[in-house]
Design a binder for this molecule. Structure first.
Ligand SMILES: [Zn+2]
Length: 136
């Protein structure tokens, strides 16, 4: 009988540990409550789309320079909101660092638009909601 009680106690302790572990995980999913997650706190959610130099994406500006005057470069160029100056480096979740060199049409201002060299890649990226951090 004593043995059974001990087993029950162990099971209870284990359950408590599991519950704590799960709670811990849930807390970890809320970076704003963790003091060491400052980097994430400064990131904001943005709609991120993609484009390429083709006529479908750029219309009459197809093949031309970006709004900043620079030629777009895949892996570097991103179009950003008008509130962010050209040359500003941004970090985009799952994408990496990009430089704001272009603008979107006014009705899409407030989004980020990633430059890709091919329409296929731009289509594959599609439209996502991602964390974006403006780098100093
Ligand atoms: Zn395109």
């Amino acid at each position: 009988m004593e043995k059974e009680t001990a087993t029950t106690m162990r099971t209870l302790t284990l359950s408590a540990c599991l519950a704590f572990a799960i709670t811990g995980l849930v807390c970890a999913g809320q970076p704003q409550k963790r003091p060491n997650a400052v980097r994430l706190e400064q990131a904001e959610l943005y709609t991120v789309t993609a484009y390429c130099p083709c006529k479908v994406c750029c219309g009459k500006w197809s093949g031309g320079p970006t709004a900043s005057g620079k030629m777009p470069v895949a892996g570097i160029t991103v179009a950003g909101p008008r509130s962010i100056p050209f040359g500003t480096r941004v970090w985009i979740e799952g994408v990496g660092e990009r430089v704001v060199q272009d603008r979107l049409a006014r009705k899409y201002d407030g989004r980020f638009d990633l430059y890709f060299s091919s329409h296929k890649e731009a289509l594959r990226f599609g439209k996502r909601t991602l964390k974006v951090r403006i780098l100093p």
